[in-house]
Write a protein that binds this ligand. Structure first.
Ligand SMILES: Nc1ncnc2c1ncn2[C@@H]1O[C@H](COP(=O)(O)OP(=O)(O)O)[C@@H](O)[C@H]1O
Ligand SMILES: [Mg+2]
Length: 335
């Protein structure tokens, strides 16, 4: 039994009434035999996490074009990203894209209320992890590129790891004003600091000028206002927050209050089980949290997505999806 699986079993046991939600899905041919959970895209649609909405189908508004600052369009240099090991090598791109496609489906379903009840603030998604080096920035970049491929969605990649500003440095925007400046200055317009990129549908909000009181700023009412403004003119815009590690910073917890979904990245064979459990405990109940097991099988690939849900209004929001032996199932997308 894998580290994450054991962790999840423990969570299930300790949280009676907060059951896991993962549909039994078939392992892909050629996949290793260790059982690791994943909620597939199909399962996410077939087994919504909340009560199915009876409301009339929502008509997706076509997002307004991203505000483009005429002077600055960020070039997304895939070769440079590959070189920095923030994109997979070309040989593994297709497989990885397939896996991110599976990871994003339930996130989109929850954000837009497609086949499931729309989650409050579900379009604000935090990429979190217990420790540094688990793969938050890698996941943020790859997931945002996957989101950007959606025809009726746009995505703003927000560098909320303000101390490290890894994303901002990677895209060469670490000297640009960004999130921290917005938090400090209520007069600043959010859209005016969001930078367009040459990838259609993808834009970036840099970390901005760092400050000592980042935690307080991220926990402030202004943060909620900023998160709101990111999507107020763009109903089909997803905000993806790359964040600092949960267990060694206070900023990450502060940020978690402003998002509706959390993707918890777990580095296979590295992140200690106790750290995963501590991070989950810290996040508390009532949030939608999905686990991504990253860097599995010593290959460049994340995999295996699993979601559990906290209580919402005192009700169960999900049921466990189990195999014959009660084990959660693994699946690997092949694109
Ligand atoms: N799935 C992956 N495949 C290959 N390398 C990865 C993967 N995920 C992370 N890495 C590498 O691991 C290191 C840490 O990842 P990073 O995303 O920067 O972690 P974090 O943001 O959580 O601190 C980076 O050098 C990155 O290149
Ligand atoms: Mg990072």
């Amino acid at each position: 039994m894998s580290l994450v699986e054991r962790a999840l079993k423990k969570i299930q046991e300790s949280r009676q009434g907060t059951p896991a939600h993962a549909a039994p899905v078939q392992p892909a041919a050629g996949s290793a035999s260790n059982t690791i959970p994943l909620q597939s895209a199909r399962a996410a649609v077939a087994q919504p996490q909340g009560p199915v909405s009876n409301a009339a189908p929502r008509v997706s508004a076509v997002p307004s074009p991203e505000p483009v600052r005429p002077s600055r369009v960020i070039h997304i240099d895939r070769d440079a990203l590959r070189h920095a090991e923030l994109l997979p090598p070309a040989s593994q791109e297709r497989q990885l894209a397939g896996e991110y496609r599976q990871i994003k489906r339930p996130l989109i379903a929850n954000a837009l209320g497609r086949g499931v009840e729309k989650l409050p603030n579900g379009h604000r998604i935090m990429i979190a992890s217990a420790m540094p080096g688990d793969g938050k920035t890698f996941t943020s970049i790859n997931l945002s590129l996957s989101f950007a491929q959606e025809k009726d969605l746009s995505v703003v990649l927000v560098d909320a790891d303000v101390a490290k500003a890894h994303l901002s440095r990677t895209f060469g925007v670490h000297n640009e004003p960004g999130l921290m400046d917005l938090l400090r200055d209520e007069q600043l317009d959010v859209d005016s600091l969001i930078l367009a990129t040459d990838v259609p549908g993808l834009s970036i909000l840099p970390a901005g000028k760092s400050t000592d009181n980042a935690t307080e700023l991220l926990a402030s009412a202004r943060m909620e206002q900023i998160a709101n403004q990111i999507s107020v003119r763009h109903p089909n815009r997803i905000a993806l927050f790359d964040s600092p590690p949960l267990l060694i910073t206070s900023e990450a917890m502060a940020l978690s209050a402003s998002v509706g979904q959390i993707v918890l990245v777990v580095r296979a064979g590295v992140t200690p089980q106790s750290a995963v459990l501590d991070a989950i405990e810290l996040l508390g109940e009532g949030k939608s949290v999905g686990l991504v097991l990253n860097q599995t099988d010593e290959q460049v690939r994340p995999g295996y997505y699993y979601q559990y849900y906290g209580h919402k209004d005192g009700e169960r929001t999900a049921e466990a999806g189990e195999g014959d032996d009660g084990a959660l199932r693994r699946s690997v997308g092949d694109g």
